[in-house]
Design a protein around this ligand. Structure first.
Ligand SMILES: Cc1cc2nc3c(=O)[nH]c(=O)nc-3n(C[C@H](O)[C@H](O)[C@H](O)COP(=O)(O)OP(=O)(O)OC[C@H]3O[C@@H](n4cnc5c(N)ncnc54)[C@H](O)[C@@H]3O)c2cc1C
Length: 439
């Protein structure tokens, strides 16, 4: 048996989790079970994989295991942008190879459409709004990014609108930004409400066990997964644990558990909403990847997301939350000077799995062990799409999107640990400093 080297431990203060409706949490697994299909990790990727496996194999039991609660991990703590467009930060125009960009767009749209369909079909109350997104800049460097991305979008034949500083307050209230590129295809969601809703509407042949952290594993013709109260034997194991894939012995030294942080205000009063102005809900992502994401939610709260830390064990660390809450307040004050008395009600962090080449993993990890891992910060649509495609591929399907994700080279190797840690921490600090006013 291999010991799982690290178990997830997210902080208790995620606003989305507390503000979404409570649900009947599924009981932890106990005893000894055998199943043909076992999926570990019930975030966007695992929920999509389990659902699709169950649809392909209606006579099989699919077991879905989650260490925490659904809606409590990263899938419930993100900024809630279900993004359609590709954004290749390694390419000069952020689009790069047009063939790859077109297929990435199809992949993202497939994940987004699946989420939209499920929200509609099951009437999941998750504030889903198909309102597009603004990518906004303050610094000349950020404005250059928007101009380059506009050229890329022309190449990809995708619609957009460039909005100048004087028109922006009509959209988002604040006068803070000098320019924004609006693209209409993004949907915004309350992520914890969405994944909780997805978990409560799984096909009947999926059995979800929550609070069931897998602590030991033995690979072979079958995989044995051990936890505190028993074990599960899987004919086929699907890992959708994002960076925790490394704790299961895969992609070691290839994924980087990087945390990012968010704060959510209380509900603004009518008077505060009038002072802010702009549209009733919107989402802004920064032109500089180290900048600040901002949202106005349909229930009239403001969200700030910025700052990164490298947490090699993938677990939350309270000291960062305290430190970054102050940074969120500073970002808020600079954007919303008209709202001096709107406090944050919640501040939290959550894990991303990053790779140096921005590639995820899709496919076979070992005999009878498969995975869709390494979200690179875009798991809402991409995780949903790749989770579903992994199940399609396991059911023997072939199509353009499966070929595409199968051919991606996967995350590349990192330098050795002490160098990696030093280099990454310096990079994160430098990136955040360089973001300047966009931070
Ligand atoms: C603050 C923040 C903002 C973000 N904003 C966005 C955004 O706007 N749009 C976007 O697309 N993405 C965003 N992301 C990234 C997004 O949250 C992730 O890409 C997404 O959650 C990945 O989904 P996943 O299902 O692959 O992994 P996860 O959501 O991490 O799910 C993996 C699950 O595996 C479970 N697990 C791990 N180990 C074990 C074990 N041993 N036993 C059992 N279960 C285990 C974990 O508890 C976890 O629930 C953001 C992330 C953060 C933190």
């Amino acid at each position: 048996m291999i010991k799982i080297s690290s178990l997830p431990a997210d902080d208790t203060t995620c606003g989305w989790y507390h503000l979404s409706k409570g649900r009947q949490i599924k009981l932890p697994h106990t005893g000894h079970t055998h199943a043909r299909w076992v999926v570990v990790g019930a975030g966007f990727t695992g929920l999509a994989a389990a659902r699709q496996l169950a649809l392909h194999f209606p006579d099989d039991q699919v077991v879905l295991l989650e260490a925490q609660e659904v809606g409590y991990g990263s899938s419930g703590r993100n900024a809630g942008f279900a993004i359609d467009l590709p954004h290749d930060i390694g390419a000069e125009d952020y689009i790069g190879d047009i063939g790859i960009a077109r297929t990435t767009l199809k992949l993202n749209i497939s994940g987004q459409s699946l989420l939209k369909d499920l929200v509609e079909r099951y009437q999941i109350d998750c504030q889903m709004k198909h309102c597009g997104k603004y990518q906004a800049a303050v610094e000349p460097r950020g404005i250059a990014v928007l101009e380059a991305y506009r050229r890329g979008l022309d190449k990809l034949e995708q619609p957009y609108q460039m909005i100048e500083a004087d028109e922006l307050p009509e959209h988002i209230g604040t006068h803070f930004y000098r320019k924004a590129l609006f693209t209409p295809g993004t949907s915004l969601v309350q992520p914890s409400a969405l994944v909780k809703g997805l978990a409560d509407h799984l096909p009947a042949n999926v059995t979800l066990y929550e609070h069931t952290p897998i602590t030991d594993v033995a690979y072979g013709a079958q995989t044995v997964l051990k936890h505190a109260n028993g074990s599960i034997t899987a004919d086929k194991l699907v890992l959708t644990t994002n960076a925790f894939g490394m704790s299961f012995g895969f992609l070691k030294g290839r994924m980087l558990p990087v945390f990012t942080y968010a704060s959510l205000t209380r509900v603004m009063t009518d008077e505060e909403q009038a002072r802010l102005g702009g549209k009733p809900y919107w989402g802004v992502i920064p032109a500089d990847p180290f900048g600040t994401t901002v949202r106005r939610t349909p229930d009239n709260r403001l969200l700030i997301r910025n700052s990164f830390s490298f947490n090699p064990d993938g677990r939350a660390n309270r000291k960062f939350i305290d430190r970054f809450a102050a940074r969120h307040r500073d970002a808020f004050t600079r954007r919303f000077p008209m709202l001096p008395n709107v406090p944050f009600e919640y501040t939290w962090g959550g894990a991303l799995a990053m790779s140096r080449n921005h590639m995820g993993f899709f496919g076979e990890l070992a005999p009878n062990v498969y995975g869709a891992l390494c979200c690179n910060g875009l798991g809402v649509t991409r995780g949903t799409a790749t989770g579903k495609l992994l199940a399609d591929w396991l059911a023997g399907e072939h199509n353009e999107l499966i070929d595409f994700v199968r051919k991606t080279p996967g995350p590349n190797a990192n330098p050795p640990a002490p160098l990696m840690s030093l280099g990454l921490n310096m990079n994160l600090r430098w990136g955040q400093y360089r973001a300047g006013k966009e931070s």
